[in-house]
Design a protein around this ligand. Structure first.
Ligand code: AP5
Ligand code: MG
Length: 217
């Protein structure tokens, strides 16, 4: 299966991609994670991306499409993938269409996780991850079983993203509405858009996505 998880910042794209990839044997491809890895490595792409991301704006289509094109060449994607946070502009969507058609492949579904703006700031400013294994948590909605200890790997080191502050979130939301929301009619016209309610509990959102995916198989 080849899927896109679409939604505003904090909608739950990453949380759900990590849950769904395990059950359906898919690979999560997050352009945000790839760009953060580029920043951490100190590469030229990372240097260009850092300032843009810290301001809550979108990195250029050329850079992001280049990163995805390289990743799609890897041989761990035979069973399919979940694109998390890509495409984010109509230009990126058209580039993806071309990349897939060149490989005689097509998207199975675009899952749009629908969440009102007011909820998103609260979700993002409460988010943190395990610094060792990357498992995601939230100050209110997803706490570790033992406070300060990662459920998955036992590490006691956690980190928060540089762009997870209220001011930057507002810029990211503006970018979403201006540049990414037009992808909803783009994929609706292709007949592959599936919209789900992202304002329920994490488990229930996963259940809705499962239902969509079971309908595809
Ligand atoms: P990216 O890393 O993709 O960030 P984003 O789109 O802003 O989305 P987030 O990762 O913030 O949210 P999410 O939907 O994954 O939510 P999560 O599951 O973590 O991109 C970062 C930046 O990189 C962009 O701003 C841009 O600059 C650049 N970039 C990336 N891709 C690009 C592209 N294609 N083109 C150009 N630039 C690009 O959930 C959030 C929190 O809420 C978590 O703590 C979670 O535990 C909690 N939570 C999740 N679901 C629920 C629920 N149902 N109920 C309660 N809490 C929940
Ligand atoms: Mg994410």
């Amino acid at each position: 299966m080849k899927l896109i998880f679409l939604g505003p910042p904090g909608a739950g794209k990453g949380t759900q991609a990590k849950r769904i990839e395990q059950v359906h044997n898919l690979v999560q491809l997050s352009t945000g994670d790839m760009l953060r890895a580029a920043i951490a490595s100190g590469s030229d792409v990372g240097k260009q991306a850092k300032e843009v991301m810290d301001g809550g704006n979108l990195v250029s289509d050329d850079i992001v499409v280049g990163i995805v094109a390289e990743r799609l060449k890897d041989d761990d994607l035979e069973n399919g993938f979940i694109l998390d946070g890509f495409p984010r502009t109509v230009g990126q969507a058209k580039s993806l269409d071309k990349m897939l058609s060149d490989r005689s492949e097509a998207l199975d579904a675009v899952v749009s996780i629908d969440v009102d703006d007011e909820l998103l700031v609260e979700r993002i400013t409460g988010r943190y991850t395990c610094a060792k294994c990357g498992k995601g948590y939230h100050d209110m909605f997803e706490r570790p079983e033992t406070e300060g200890v990662c459920d998955r790997c036992g590490s006691t080191a956690f980190s928060r993203r540089a762009d997870d502050n209220a001011e930057t979130v507002r810029e990211r939301l503006k970018a979403y509405h201006a540049e990414t929301a037009p992808l909803l009619p783009y994929y609706a016209e292709k007949g592959i858009l599936k919209t789900i309610d992202g304002m329920t509990e994490i488990e229930q959102v996963t259940g809705q996505i499962d239902e969509v995916l079971n309908g595809i198989n």
